[in-house]
Ligand binder design. Structure first.
Ligand SMILES: [Zn+2]
Length: 293
C-alpha cells in the first residue's frame, strides 16, 4: 500500500512567527536577525518525518522540541539548521506545537498531525506461546544501534528499494493478539517478499553499525544488518539469510549487503526493512519517493 506522495505537499510555509511587538522591543532584534523556523510539510500524518528548518540562530544552544522531547539539529546550507521530528502510529493525531529556541528567543510552530487508518491483523497464539524469545545480548545491541546519532550525513537524495520483491506488509499495520488490541505494537517497517538468497541492497549510503547473527543469540531479529545513514537516520534489515558486510564498513546506495532469509522470528522468507529517525520507526515510503536532506 504505497501512498502516493505529492511534491505539492512539501510546499513550504515559512512560519515567520508573528513576533509580538512588545517582545521585539524588549529583545531589540535587528531586522532580519530574528530566529526563523518552518516545517517542510503543512499536512503531516502519523508515521511521517517532520522536517524543521531554522535560520538566523543566535548563540549555540539551539533547541527543537515536541512534547518535551528534544531533537538534534544539524547545519545545512546558508547558516541554516535542520531537525527531524519522527511521528509514529502510536502518536495521537491532532493539534501539536514544535518549539524552537535559541539564546535570543523562541518560535512556536503549531501544526495538525493528521490521522491515518492502518490495516489491522488478528493473531491467535496457542496457550503457552507468549513470545519469550529474545536475548539480552540481542536487545542490548539493537537498542544501542537505535540510539545512534552520528554527526555526519551519509545519504543523498531519495532512498532506494532494498529488495526486488513486492511489498507483503506495509508500515504501520496494527495487531490484536488473541482478541486484545496490542496498544504498543505497530509494524515498524516494510516487508518485501522474496526467495531465500535473493539480494538485499542498502537503501542509501551509510556505515554498517550493527551485524547480529541468529547463531549468536539474535533469536527475534535473526541475521541482522544495521546501517547508520548519519544524523539519527538508521536502517535495520532483519531475518536475513546471509550477510555480506562487516561492522564499520561504509556502503553505498544500492550496494548488496546480504540476502533474504527467514532467520529469527519469521514465518517465511522476506526482508523486513525498518527505518528509524531519532529512535522512532517512521514510514520509509516518503524517504523513498520524496527524499529528505
Ligand atoms: Zn516486518
Amino acid at each position: 500500500m504505497l501512498r502516493p506522495f505529492s511534491r505539492s505537499l512539501r510546499n513550504s510555509i515559512w512560519a515567520l512567527s508573528a513576533v509580538a511587538l512588545s517582545a521585539a522591543i524588549v529583545f531589540t532584534a535587528l531586522p532580519g536577525q530574528a530566529l526563523e523556523a518552518r516545517l517542510n510539510k503543512n499536512r503531516p500524518v502519523l508515521g511521517d518525518t517532520i522536517v524543521v528548518e531554522v535560520a538566523n540562530v543566535v548563540g549555540t544552544d539551539l533547541k527543537v522540541s515536541l512534547d518535551g522531547k528534544n531533537y538534534p539539529t544539524f547545519p545545512i546550507s546558508n547558516g541554516r539548521y535542520r531537525a527531524f521530528v519522527p511521528t509514529t502510529p502510536l502518536d495521537k493525531a491532532g493539534g501539536k506545537t514544535i518549539q524552537v529556541t535559541d539564546s535570543n528567543g523562541q518560535r512556536q510552530l503549531p501544526f495538525q498531525l493528521g490521522g491515518r487508518s492502518f490495516r489491522t491483523q488478528r493473531i491467535w497464539l496457542p496457550p503457552g506461546k507468549d513470545g519469550d524469545l529474545g536475548t539480552d545480548y540481542e536487545f542490548d545491541l539493537v537498542d544501542a544501534f537505535k540510539a545512534l546519532v552520528t554527526p555526519q550525513k551519509f545519504w543523498n537524495g531519495t532512498f532506494a528499494r532494498p529488495a526486488k520483491g513486492s511489498v507483503t506488509s506495509e508500515f504501520g499495520v496494527l495487531r490484536y493478539y488473541n482478541g486484545v488490541f496490542a496498544d504498543d505494537y505497530y509494524h515498524r517497517g516494510v516487508d518485501y517478499g522474496g526467495w531465500t538468497g535473493a539480494p538485499v541492497y542498502s537503501p542509501a549510503g551509510g556505515r554498517i553499525a550493527l551485524v547480529g547473527r541468529e547463531a549468536d543469540g539474535f533469536e527475534i531479529h535473526g541475521n541482522t544488518v544495521g546501517i547508520d545513514h548519519g544524523q539519527g537516520v538508521l536502517s535495520i534489515m532483519i531475518h536475513l539469510n546471509s550477510i555480506d558486510v562487516q561492522e564499520g564498513q561504509m556502503v553505498q546506495a544500492g550496494q548488496k549487503i546480504g540476502s533474504i532469509g527467514t532467520t529469527g522470528s519469521s514465518t517465511g522468507p522476506h526482508l523486513h526493512w525498518g527505518l528509524y529517525v531519532n529512535g522512532a520507526a517512521v514510514d520509509p515510503v516518503p524517504w523513498r519517493y520524496d527524499g529528505f536532506e
